[in-house]
Structures are given as C-alpha cells and as structure tokens.
Design a protein. Structure first.
Length: 68
C-alpha cells in the first residue's frame, strides 16, 4: 500500500462499513436483497462528488493521496 495515504484507506473502509449496514437494513426492513457493491459505489460517488464540489481542489487531493 505504498503511496496510499491512511486517510484514503480509512475513508473507504468507513464507507464500506456503512454500505454493509444500509444493505442489512434494507434486507431486514424491506425484505429485498441489494448488492453491497452497488450501495458502496453509490455512497462513495455521491460523497466524493460533494466533497470535490465544495472543497478546494488542491486540499481535497492532498488529503487523500500523497505526493501530488
């Protein structure tokens, strides 16, 4: 994992845990199955788009990837 920042790993892992929770809630409450990968992709894309739109672009990139 050389080159990746710990912040990026923590960001993805926390969203993965949240996606699993959402998937379990949907399966329990709505009695339907949803792929956890679809939920994770939707959550990550939405949050990254919002962060990229509202934060300074240089700060956003530097906070996730080292060496840019």
């Amino acid at each position: 994992m050389k080159g990746l920042n710990v912040n990026l790993c923590n960001y993805v892992l926390s969203h993965a845990r949240y996606a699993v929770k959402i998937r379990r809630d949907v399966a329990h409450l709505e009695r339907r199955t949803v792929e956890v990968w679809d939920v994770l992709k939707r959550i990550l894309s939405k949050n990254i788009q919002m962060a990229y739109a509202y934060l300074d672009k240089d700060i956003f990139l530097e906070s996730f990837v080292e060496g840019l």
